[in-house]
Write a protein that binds this ligand. Structure first.
Ligand code: UGA
Length: 420
């Protein structure tokens, strides 16, 4: 597989061995024999904006070649104004090829990286957006495709489907930035954001998911869809102060990590060796797109630190050094941590959560740990002699921890709230 996705290699191998899955780079030939064509190409420009060249190019090849009676399904996330043009684009290509009209449907995806197979096989809902389907053939073809899924199928207009997709991601992003802002309030008043969110989550109107505070959201979907929507809305004359705040809170987090590291290392990271644990934007993927770790590493290097990173994904390790000039990677967590003045946990890979931090700390120059995902226990870390800081859960400093003596203390006697 060209990327890491749990369970996908097995499914692909099975499909190939049973002759059910074929690959080709000949779009026209593939489309010419299809009952249904699903277009799932990328639509962002890598710079926080939309691009439709790829989807337009794919349609130019595919649409004229599709047999009469086949259904065109677009799964890519499309900009709302492109949806308006879609019926004309497809109809124009069919006409100039001298072929009859085909049904055109949207079928936005809600799968998460790292859980994509499960999310696809057991979806919460299936959304179908009708771009053009005069006799209902497109809808029935998709219902047939999803006949075994035990999820509601919701049929709506194309623009509604497109904005349902965006709205879901925007809401998830909003929840995360809300949790991060709440974490700052918790730090200021000595509360623990994890306990607070847990207490809130029993209210069924609120729930507990996507309220984990930390270094914020990354990846190719949430950050881009927030900025793309802000820009698209502005072009349509709509002001989006809430989404702007969601983006600001999210990006501020990344800078705060470097500030936090400096404040825990006597005011500067210059000349310090910092172990960065986790490069991918979340566990169970090797995806580095808009990964908080890369921004944090660049910021620390800019401020004069030596940053030594480790991630369980070899491909992520290899690629990260080309994306962040000056970044060093090690091929084991222990090697990144050894000799470090501070460690920063950026991605909550189980390997870091389960690490023997007592033993790891013994190899560090100073036992300073910033937990960017709120996954470790401050009490336990402080008991192991660490100065420990997370987001919205206070900062733990072992007793007698002044001036480089962090490595020697055993138990926590001092608990300082509100630092950093
Ligand atoms: C997201 C959506 O969750 C999917 O439903 C959607 O289909 C997909 O985008 C898409 O549009 O293709 P994904 O980007 O794979 O999926 O990642 P998420 O699981 O949503 O996580 C995004 C980021 O938020 C990660 O960096 C994660 O660490 C962070 N996060 C998540 C938090 O900081 N706090 C949380 O409570 C949850």
């Amino acid at each position: 597989m060209p990327f890491h996705e749990p369970r996908l290699p097995e499914l692909v191998a099975d499909g190939i061995s049973r002759g059910k899955l074929l690959f080709t780079d000949d779009l026209k030939a593939a489309a010419a024999n299809a009952d249904m064509v699903v277009v799932a190409v990328g639509t962002h420009d890598g710079n926080g904006g939309w691009q439709t060249d790829t989807v337009r190019g794919a349609l130019a090849d595919i649409v004229p070649a599709m047999p009469d009676g086949a259904t065109l399904v677009i799964r890519s996330t499309l900009p709302p104004d492109f949806i308006r043009q879609l019926p004309t684009i497809v109809a124009g290509r069919r006409q100039s090829a001298g072929r009859t009209a085909i049904p055109v449907m949207l079928n936005p995806e809600f799968t998460r990286e790292g859980r994509a197979v499960r999310d696809y096989q057991q979806p919460d809902r299936i959304v179908l957006g009708v771009v053009s389907d005069p006799d209902g053939h497109g809808e029935s073809a998709l219902r047939e495709l999803y006949h075994s899924a035990a999820a509601p199928i919701i049929v709506m207009g194309a623009i509604d489907a497109a904005i349902t997709k965006l709205g879901a991601n925007l809401f998830l992003a909003t929840k995360i930035s809300f949790a991060n802002e709440l974490a700052e309030i918790c730090d200021a008043f000595g509360a623990d954001v994890s306990t607070v969110v847990d207490g809130m989550s029993y209210d069924t109107r609120i729930g507990g998911s996507f309220l984990k505070a930390g270094v914020g959201f990354g990846g190719s979907c949430l950050p881009n869809q927030v900025t793309m929507t802000i820009r698209t809305a502005a072009q349509a004359g709509v002001d989006t102060p809430l989404l702007t705040a969601v983006d600001d809170v999210n990006h501020r987090r990344r800078t705060q990590v470097a500030e936090r590291a400096a404040s825990m290392l006597d005011g500067t990271v210059r000349g310090r060796r910092i172990a960065l644990l986790g490069l991918t934007f979340k566990p169970d993927t090797d995806d580095l797109r808009d990964a908080p770790a890369l921004t944090i590493a660049a910021e620390l290097i800019e401020q004069g630190a030596t940053v030594v990173a480790y991630d369980p994904m070899p491909t992520a390790r290899d690629r990260s050094t080309t994306l962040v000039p000056g970044l060093t990677v090690e091929h084991a967590a222990a090697d990144a941590i050894a000799g470090a003045d501070a460690a920063i946990l950026v991605t909550e890979w189980p390997e870091f959560v389960e690490l023997d931090w007592g033993a790891a700390g013994a190899t560090m120059r100073r036992r300073v740990l910033i937990d960017g995902r709120n996954v470790l226990s401050g009490e336990r870390l402080a008991a192991a002699g660490f100065a420990y800081s997370s987001f919205g859960r206070g900062t733990y400093v072992p007793d007698g921890a002044a001036e480089g003596a962090l490595a020697s203390t055993g138990r926590v006697r001092t608990l300082q709230w509100g630092e950093g």
